[in-house]
Ligand binder design. Structure first.
Ligand code: UD2
Ligand code: MN
Length: 275
């Protein structure tokens, strides 16, 4: 019963686990979930040029993401013809295409995801899955992301901010935005590239963020990091039941030098942002 990790925080002040390599036994946790016959809905948006990220995303997910569980990918795209049709999916794994329209600004594409996920949960996903994960597409899996990541409300700690005091977190600070977080509040800064949980909990999250995004829009305000700011506001008020360490949302642009990162599981690829 010796703690394996003493170099990092493994539990929050509200007693939610923070998942790091060494804090769980993959065999034990897989066995505990195996008999539940769970389906994990997985939303991923590939609008416009971002369809180019789909192949690596899907191929790496088939190797590392929720292996042994049923996964239903929902690819939201304006270009169904650009979704690679020859990625081999494992047994129990499905892919559906959800047609969406393209918005001109990347900020709008990114933040509209809250509304589209909310609607898709209401329309059909609530009948089709037990858990849902919402992922960025400009990402690649390198290591296990499995049943250890399941929980009612799950978010991942941003790889660029976990070593900073909260005064330096890039929360929205302007009180004119519904995403505003006061200086003396907030626990962690989460990256919106991966969040998930039980359908009901993620539905409430996306619905609230969508409503707040609309209120902001009606007064001509866009939060500093769009839907990520709203996600962070929500998670200040509604504590996640499980946190994923930055192993679960690394960034290739950070390289592999942090000594507390024993294993990169899921990471943003380097992209040409100007393009
Ligand atoms: C390092 C950095 O600056 N990160 C911020 C940036 O993330 P990112 O640079 O990760 O944003 P992004 O360009 O990956 O957009 C988010 C996601 O929206 C989808 N998408 C976006 C544009 C597009 O033309 N087509 C498309 O499909 C796609 O699934 C993508 O993965 O912006 C996000 C919110 O907006 C967050 O605030 C991030 O913290
Ligand atoms: Mn991204």
């Amino acid at each position: 019963m010796e703690p394996v990790r003493t170099d990092v925080l493994t539990v929050t002040p509200w007693l939610a686990p923070i998942v790091w390599e060494g804090t769980f036994d993959p065999l034990v946790i897989d066995e505990a979930f195996r008999t539940h016959n769970l389906t994990i809905a997985t939303t991923v948006f590939a609008v416009g040029k971002y369809t180019r990220f789909l192949r690596d995303f899907l191929e790496s997910a088939e190797k590392h993401f929720m292996v042994g569980l049923d996964v239903h990918y929902y690819v939201f795209t304006d270009l169904p013809g650009d979704v690679p049709s020859n990625v081999t999916l494992g047994v129990g794994r499905l892919l559906s295409i959800v047609k969406v329209m393209k918005f001109d600004r990347w900020q709008e594409i990114s933040l509209r995801r809250m509304e589209l996920i909310q609607t898709a949960i209401e329309d059909h996903i609530h009948r089709e899955a037990h858990y849902i994960f919402c992922l960025d597409v400009d990402m690649r899996f390198h290591g296990r992301v499995g049943s250890e990541a399941l929980g009612r409300l799950v978010a991942a700690i941003h790889p660029w901010f976990y070593m900073y005091p909260r005064s330096q977190y890039p929360y929205e600070r302007r009180t004119v935005s519904t995403a505003s977080v006061p200086e003396d509040q907030g626990d962690f800064y989460y990256q919106a590239n991966i969040f998930g949980g039980a359908l009901e909990d993620v539905h409430r999250l996306t619905k609230t963020c969508r409503e707040h995004l609309e209120v902001d829009k009606s007064v001509g305000v866009e939060a500093v990091w769009q839907e990520e700011s709203h996600l962070n506001w929500y998670l200040v008020k509604n504590k996640p039941t499980k946190l994923l360490s930055p192993e679960y949302v690394w960034d290739d642009a950070r390289g592999g030098k942090a000594k507390e990162i024993k294993l990169v599981r899921f990471s943003s690829v380097i992209k040409n942002k100007a393009e």
